[in-house]
Design a protein around this ligand. Structure first.
Ligand SMILES: *[C@@H]1O[C@H](CO)[C@@H](O)[C@H](O)[C@H]1NC(C)=O
Ligand SMILES: *[C@@H]1O[C@H](CO)[C@@H](O)[C@H](O)[C@H]1NC(C)=O
Length: 395
């Protein structure tokens, strides 16, 4: 998570990471991309904190200046922060989650993790320990027959300035700083060398999540270009094992926030054609999306930042009250739950015209409209990911 409009990053197979350097390597994926659809979910808010996914971790820390993982380490006692993180890593995702994900007929899990799991530079307040959990996740994925995508969600200097990169800052420093780019490359090589041999489970690596502007690094590009910008770029056979990862959200602009429910469904269905065309050239996976259509979830736009939907975000135009649209699914009306089901089905229908989808996110503390687990519990996501209640929703 997450781009405010929409973005693209590249997914590269672990075994083929080096194929993005000038020498192309042979590559044989452990999942039949192109013939079977990717159906998956991200484990958001686990190894990279996001205040809207686990608001309690932030509220319990007290200091309202704690807005991301950087300030989580910087603005409280180090051992208090470390103990809170360890308790969180131990409990937020466990083997039981992998069992439930597999039982829902999903085939991929995507695990966001920050560069600081591998390397903390001088003056960086990050706390380490995540890597052991990533290794456990690979074992659990393997045990339940799931493919795992390692998603480098935060890079040195921050690639987008959002809390989800680890460091919420107004001027991201990754793109403009060669040291940061070199550090990122060397961390990617470490990831590839440790996890590449486990390609049967670690099917892909997303080198940089949602970078905010163009750059020259060979592995990634602008997050805000339309898909057709990429036509002809890094196509097989020259670059084997590269896929496009596009992120589609419906709420991060005043215009989108004001769409009616039927406009959301039409927009979702309308993505199918583009995605299918692009997928003909390069496997395209919608690597982040959600059935939610508002930005009402507390702290979604950052701790202390309001929502466009109810007009509490600076510069937004109120659409309506957020009451009943976020929180526990137990409080959602039957018509809202039906709409979430339609939103979910319209999107997966469109995204399966390309190579498939990975929903953001598996669980949240109190924003159930974003939670796959809550969707299963309250019925707006089918127990089996291939089942449909509205098979004709996209006409
Ligand atoms: C899901 O449904 C499909 C199609 O009906 C079926 O082949 C598959 O076995 C089901 N998977 C699970 C985990 O129930
Ligand atoms: C580039 O980033 C590094 C940290 O990776 C930092 O030490 C250095 O001061 C930055 N350089 C500039 C010119 O900002």
């Amino acid at each position: 998570m997450m781009v405010r409009v929409r973005g693209s990053t590249l997914s590269v197979s672990a075994s083929a990471l080096l194929a993005c350097l000038p020498v192309a390597l042979a590559f044989s994926p452990s999942f039949p991309y192109g013939t079977e659809k990717v159906r998956g979910v991200s484990l958001g808010g686990w190894l990279v904190l996001e205040s809207w996914i686990t608001p309690s971790l932030f509220d319990d820390a007290g200091n309202t200046g704690i807005v991301d993982e950087w300030t989580f380490g910087a603005l409280q006692d180090g051992s208090t922060a470390q103990q809170a993180l360890i308790a969180h890593w131990d409990s937020w995702i466990t083997e039981a989650d992998f069992a439930a994900i597999a039982a829902a007929n999903l085939n991929h899990v995507r695990v966001p993790i920050g560069y600081w799991a591998w390397e903390v530079g001088p003056g960086e307040p990050y706390i380490q320990g995540q890597l052991a959990y990533l290794r456990k996740a690979v074992d659990w994925a393997s045990a339940y027959g799931l493919k795992l995508i390692i998603d480098l969600h935060g890079v040195p200097g921050s690639q987008n300035g959002f809390d989800n990169s680890g460091h919420r800052i107004s001027q991201p420093q990754w793109q403009s700083n060669q040291t940061n780019i070199h550090r990122t490359n060397s961390i990617l090589k470490r990831i590839a060398s440790e996890f590449g041999p486990q390609y049967q489970t670690v099917a892909a690596i997303t080198p940089i999540n949602e970078a905010s502007s163009p750059n020259t690094l060979e592995l990634i590009h602008d997050a805000f270009e339309p898909l057709d910008h990429w036509n002809g770029w890094q196509q097989p056979p020259k670059y084997q094992g590269v896929a496009m990862d596009t992120h589609i959200y419906h709420m991060f602009s005043n215009t989108r926030a004001s769409w009616t429910r039927s406009q959301h469904i039409s927009y979702a269905c309308g993505q199918g054609g583009n995605l299918q065309n692009f997928n003909d050239q390069l496997f395209t996976i919608v690597g982040e999306w959600t059935p939610a259509v508002t930005d009402c979830a507390t702290y979604l736009n950052g701790r202390g930042v309001g929502a466009r939907y109810d007009g509490t975000h600076v510069g937004s135009l109120r659409v309506g009250s957020c009451a009943g649209l976020t929180g526990s699914g137990a409080s959602f009306s039957p018509s809202y739950k039906t709409f979430l089901r339609q939103s979910w089905e319209a999107q997966v229908t469109a995204y399966e015209k390309a190579s498939g989808w990975i929903m953001w996110t598996w669980k949240t503390e109190r924003a159930d409209e974003w939670s796959y687990q809550a969707g299963l519990r309250y019925g707006w996501i089918p127990a089996n990911s291939t089942a449909r209640q509205f098979p004709g929703i996209c006409g």
